[in-house]
Ligand binder design. Structure first.
Ligand code: GAL
Length: 354
């Protein structure tokens, strides 16, 4: 009997969800599809969007796909079937989403690519992100200045670690940094002792710290028995964390050196901010997820109110130029933590162990 009643309630709930999104209140529903909860930033992106969309009077269907493209596809399909009026998607990778995007287009549901551009599909309506190439330039220029590449004799030993090959942003970050540093590699001022300088060799599937760590351990073991590492250009914080762990275990503790390499990152994750305070990561790039979430809410409002959607750029996704809004990434190092992370209310001092 109990089972039967429960079954009836469940059926009613499913039917209601399928037909109306269960809004009941007449609220419009927004589907927000995030890649993973493994990385701190996506939890913040999701939480801020939920908060801001709800404050603006929307219902929110927020889903995380555990970095599994198939899961993301079925979550997005459910959002379409359950009556979402707009989809906001940070893609794990593009190709597996194409059938869902086609379906959304048939139902006239606009799609906003969030942070990561969805490639090779015409049914991406807008793109909200940070200037990805500029993130890499900030990292490359930081290394250039720290090593004083224009004046110091060198040569300097530098290694690279990039992001997930399925994430369209990853190449922008890598190229932004590489375009600054390549002239110094060509001139012999920078030596990449491992010889790994192309994106495919330095990429890190899923941006996983453990993968970045394993590769760094390999490189250190095979190439740096009798050499210093002067800098390690990491595209983001999760990969930088892996590199730091590898350096901790195999390099500094071996007592060979004492001179810690310059290490770049991106996202200002708490672990990495703590590493900056401890002197183990030298910089990060702050991409304020509150700014991106607020921009996305503005875009959705403009779309659903039939207003002109404010954009400031375009990104080509191999099929079309997608109207884009690029927010500004901000350089962060130890000295900036108070101002940009604590005073702005992004973190409390206690969260950073201060
Ligand atoms: C990128 C994103 C970065 C970083 C990375 C790892 O797409 O732009 O900020 O978080 O993914 O998830």
């Amino acid at each position: 009997m109990f089972k039967k009643i429960l079954g009836t309630i469940l059926c009613a709930a499913i039917a209601c969800a399928a037909l109306t999104g269960c809004a009941g209140s007449g609220k419009k529903k927004v589907g927000v599809s995030m890649p993973t909860q493994d990385l701190q930033r996506w939890n913040q992106d999701g939480a801020y969007m939920k908060e801001k969309f709800e404050a603006a009077g929307y219902e929110v269907d927020l889903q995380y796909a555990g970095n599994k493209p198939d899961t993301q596809l079925s979550q997005v399909e459910n959002m379409i079937n359950s009556g979402c009026k707009v989809l906001v998607i940070a893609a794990i990778e593009s190709s597996s989403l194409s059938q869902a995007l086609d379906k959304a287009a048939k139902k006239k549901i606009p799609v906003i690519a969030y942070d990561r551009l969805i490639m090779d599909n015409a049914n991406v309506d807008y793109y909200a992100t940070f200037d990805n190439y500029k993130v890499g330039q900030i990292q490359g220029n930081f290394v250039k200045e720290k090593l004083d590449l224009d004046n110091a004799a060198g040569p300097f030993n530098v290694e690279f670690t990039a992001g997930d090959p399925g994430d369209n942003n990853a190449k922008f970050f890598f190229n932004g940094a590489m375009d600054v540093l390549k002239p110094y590699i060509d001139a012999g001022k920078i030596v990449v002792v491992s010889g790994q300088t192309d994106f495919d060799s330095v990429a890190t599937p899923e941006w996983a710290s453990a993968t970045a760590q394993a590769r760094a351990e390999n490189i250190i073991g095979s190439n740096y028995a009798d050499k210093n590492i002067d800098a390690w250009v990491c595209s983001n914080d999760s990969t930088a964390q892996g590199v730091v762990t590898a350096l901790d275990a195999r390099y500094n503790s071996a007592g060979r050196d004492g001179q810690w390499p310059v290490i770049t990152g991106q996202d200002c994750d708490i672990v990495s901010v703590k590493n900056m305070i401890a002197g183990k990561q030298t910089m990060s790039v702050f991409k304020d997820t509150r700014t991106l979430a607020a921009r996305t809410v503005t875009m959705v409002n403009q779309i659903l109110e039939g207003k002109e959607v404010e954009t400031n750029n375009t990104y080509n996704n191999n099929v079309k130029d997608v109207a884009s809004f690029l927010c500004d990434p901000v350089f962060a190092d130890k000295d900036k933590i108070q101002e940009i992370l604590i005073d702005s209310g992004y973190y409390t001092a206690a969260e950073l162990g201060l």
